[in-house]
Design a protein around this ligand. Structure first.
Ligand SMILES: *Cc1c(COP(=O)(O)O)cnc(C)c1O
Length: 373
């Protein structure tokens, strides 16, 4: 049987009664759009983070886009982010008409190199968009200093960092607003698409609510900028309410999986060979992905196929080198650390219900391959 890099089915089998009860509640509620499920989830997700507002939206990409628009970002503006991220981060910026501007990442933890941000700030810069990649947070203090000095907004991309902490603060509580995805693979995943914008600023929250509802404040009347149809689905919201109560358990299980990998592979780690994930100072990692690095990555993945183990690469193409972003005019070589990582990183199977047996099979196979080099 193939061991997949992610699998929700063991979790579904464990929680089936709750999931199906949530579905039944929605079907019986008489309100299928923006009903009690979305309202309840918004209150509970905001409370988990200790922020004032949460607006549920249809996915993480639109959470970023609507949050940027709610912050006033639009055509002619620039938003500083990284190219070592899921393409949707950049698709969302592009969708506002603003221009994404990239800084490189740090080679040890793969996160935004905040030392490079000052040089990227120009007269058109409006916002900083750090991505809390793989489950740990970008160092926020330097970004807060720059934002204050230059009058910029800070939007956190929290799509991979539900429940992660940075100097005891939760991801999603450290900017003007934060965008979350509940895509099924994420640390808090729905049974379909979903997203949310967190903020403690009433004005930003009102803007997101208007933008997700065609741009209407009152029914049937668009008074300001036309918006989108980007509502969180009632079914997904009701399912997410149940899963939010388990979020800390999911995270604990992910950490246990990560610990087992680190213990079992630590002796194979060496500079220039296998490199295991590092946790930056002050961070509590939630291991959305367990990403390792090896210069012979492609060979390793190829050989592991014989063991029926399917690994994933996050991400094989840095966003600035994709032809769809050629209009941004980044040359190959512009972001050397990002480009090196794209050729060497790969993700080991990681999900809360990954059984120790399956994980052992992955570890044994990987040890076989690496000691055979
Ligand atoms: C998943 C993800 C998104 C997009 O979320 P969707 O819900 O798939 O639209 C954005 N940014 C990052 C870093 C992601 O991992």
């Amino acid at each position: 049987m193939t061991i997949r890099v992610w699998d929700y089915l063991p979790e579904y089998h464990d929680e089936r009664a709750d999931i199906l009860a949530a579905v039944a509640r929605v079907f019986e509620s008489g309100q299928l759009i923006l009903g009690p499920g979305v309202a309840g989830f918004e209150v509970e997700f905001a409370a988990y983070h200790g922020v004032r507002h949460c607006a549920g939206v249809d996915n993480g990409t639109n959470a970023i886009k609507l949050a940027l628009q709610a912050l006033g970002v639009g055509p002619g503006d620039e938003v500083i982010t990284v190219a070592n991220t899921a393409a949707p981060t950049v698709v969302a910026i592009d969708g506002t008409g603003a221009k994404p501007v990239f800084v490189d990442v740090r080679e040890d933890d793969f996160l935004m190199d905040t030392d490079q941000v000052a040089a990227a700030i120009g007269p058109r810069t409006r916002a900083l968009l750090p991505v809390h990649l793989y489950g740990q947070c970008v160092d926020m203090a330097p970004l807060h200093r720059l934002a204050a000095r230059h009058g910029l907004s800070v939007l956190e991309d929290c799509a991979q960092a539900h429940g992660a902490r940075h100097h005891d603060q939760l991801a999603g509580t450290m900017g003007d607003a934060a965008a979350f995805s509940f895509y099924p693979t994420k640390v808090l995943g729905a049974y379909g698409d979903g997203g949310a914008v967190l903020t403690s600023d009433e004005n930003i929250d009102q803007n997101v609510r208007r933008l997700r509802y065609y741009g209407m404040e009152d029914r049937y009347y668009v008074a300001q900028t036309p918006g989108h149809n980007s509502r969180l689905d009632e079914l997904q919201a009701e399912i997410l309410r149940g899963k939010l109560r388990r979020l800390d358990t999911y995270i604990a299980r992910r950490r246990a999986v990560a610990r087992r990998y680190t213990e079992a592979l630590g002796d194979l780690a060496e500079p220039g060979g296998l490199v295991l994930p590092t946790v930056a100072p002050g961070n509590e990692h939630v291991y959305y992905l367990y990403v390792v690095r090896h210069p012979r990555r492609d060979e390793i993945i190829e050989r592991l196929r014989a063991y029926d183990i399917a690994l994933n690469i996050s991400y094989p193409w840095p966003v600035h080198t994709m032809t769809g972003f050629a209009h941004l005019r980044y040359a190959k070589g512009a972001l050397p650390a990002t480009e090196r990582l794209a050729g060497e990183v790969f993700s080991l199977p990681m999900y809360p219900m990954l059984s120790p047996d399956r994980q052992q099979a992955v570890i044994r196979a990987l040890r076989d391959v690496l000691t055979g080099f």
